[in-house]
Design a protein. Structure first.
Ligand SMILES: [Zn+2]
Length: 84
């Protein structure tokens, strides 16, 4: 019977190392995800801060209001000003 002590220890070592680094990467990802600071703005209508959303990725510079409701509210206010 051939001795497979070395082979066995290598087999033990590699998956172990693999899990440790995988865990470390997962931790870093979690950390980065938690630390990820999304840009935010304050809605001029309701005065509440709102955070960046994926649907605003392309128009973030143009986004001014937290919601469609606030946007309409602001538009209504503008119309009232205009008609005065
Ligand atoms: Zn708002």
């Amino acid at each position: 019977m051939p001795r497979s002590g070395c082979v066995r220890s290598a087999c033990m070592a590699f998956p172990h190392r693999g899990t440790v680094s995988a865990q470390r990467i997962a931790n870093v990802r979690l950390f980065m995800h938690r630390k990820a600071h999304l840009p935010s703005k304050i809605c001029p209508v309701c005065q509440r801060p709102f955070a960046w959303r994926k649907k605003w990725a392309r128009v973030w510079d143009e986004v001014r209001y937290c919601s469609e409701r606030c946007r309409r509210h602001a538009a209504a206010m503008r119309d009232m000003d205009r008609h005065r």
